[in-house]
Design a protein around this ligand. Structure first.
Ligand code: NAP
Length: 281
């Protein structure tokens, strides 16, 4: 391997420590500790694990855990009414509706109840619109975690050619917009892109969020490029990403591993967003 590893675990720890410091300063100045309301509907085991982790890091950073659990058969009206209560409660700094919600619920309509200033996942239409217009707002956690990693490793973005593989609302689209905000020249690829490896090979900064294991290997990496793997796939031999790590790492200059790359950054950015929400309110 010739590439330098981007250590997401260590960077996420630093971000969480910075947030904890910010919370302590807020409290020392007489403010209330930020409160994060995670909302879990139903008993999906994977979602339960995600929510438990979010609550744990929130408490470790000195924030208040205002978790709410609704039964799987809750009605749209009841779920909406809980979100309205949290939206109106001044003690709640941030609201996170864990997705996916049970199939009978309209998740978009529920997300729309969350005020932009408390939308710590950055997924509401209001925050997506602010990002699209290049105006301040709470940003989606995974792509803003990628930007933080790039910054911590001093990867130049202004004028760089960035290629994003994937155009999802959760990752690809906001990723491209955050890179534009940082003055990169951005190409977005998706399942209809022709000559994907060739497009990727033009990238100084390549971010892959396609959800396809080992989609991009050495033939899609420009020598010396920075390669960010957002994909997560659980297989027989543990976790792997959308990048064929062993071959890509022979060509890249910097590369994220899976696990230990982008994954830990997502929760760290949720904490950062919750502190931002609390201080802005
Ligand atoms: P998604 O909603 O399924 O979107 C995947 C995107 O990739 C789509 O835009 C799709 O194109 C594109 N795509 C699919 N196959 C492709 C191919 N063969 N060539 C080029 N583009 C292709 O997935 P997502 O939510 O963005 O997540 C992507 C990956 O990131 C998943 O593995 C997910 O588990 C992981 N993830 C990780 C984190 C983290 O914290 N590390 C957070 C979120 C997601 P079309 O639009 O044309 O269909």
């Amino acid at each position: 391997m010739t590439a330098q590893l981007i250590d997401g675990t260590a960077t996420a720890r630093q971000v969480r420590q910075d947030v904890a410091k910010g919370v302590a300063e807020l409290v020392a100045a007489g403010g209330a500790p930020p409160g994060l309301a995670t909302v879990l509907i139903g008993d999906d085991p994977a979602s339960e694990v995600y929510v438990r982790n979010k609550r744990r890091v929130c408490v470790a950073a000195g924030m208040r855990d205002l978790h709410q659990h609704l039964p799987a058969d809750v009605s749209q009206e009841e779920a909406a009414s809980l979100l309205d209560e949290l939206a109106a409660d001044p003690g709640v700094s941030g609201i996170l509706l864990q997705l996916p919600t049970p199939a009978h619920l309209d998740a978009s309509a529920l997300l729309a109840r969350i005020p932009a200033g408390k939308d710590v996942d950055g997924l509401t239409t209001a925050n997506a619109g602010l990002l699209a217009q290049g105006r301040p707002g709470l940003r989606p956690c995974t792509p803003s975690g990628v930007i933080t990693l790039l910054d911590r490793y001093d990867v130049p973005l202004a004028g760089a050619h960035a290629v994003v593989v994937g155009r999802s609302v959760l990752v690809g689209r906001p990723m491209a917009q955050l890179l534009i905000e940082r003055n990169a020249t951005v190409t977005v690829c998706h399942s209809r892109t022709r000559g994907l490896a060739g497009e990727c090979r033009r990238a100084d900064v390549l971010v892959v969020a396609a959800g396809v294991p080992a989609l991009i290997g050495a033939s899609g990496v420009k020598p010396g490029a920075t390669v960010i793997d957002v994909g997560i796939h659980r297989g027989e031999h543990g976790l792997r990403g959308d990048i064929d790590f062993d071959t890509a790492a022979q060509v890249a200059g910097l590369i994220t591993p899976v696990p230990g790359g982008v994954g830990p950054m997502t929760i760290a950015m949720l904490l950062a967003n919750t502190l931002t929400a609390a201080t802005t309110q």
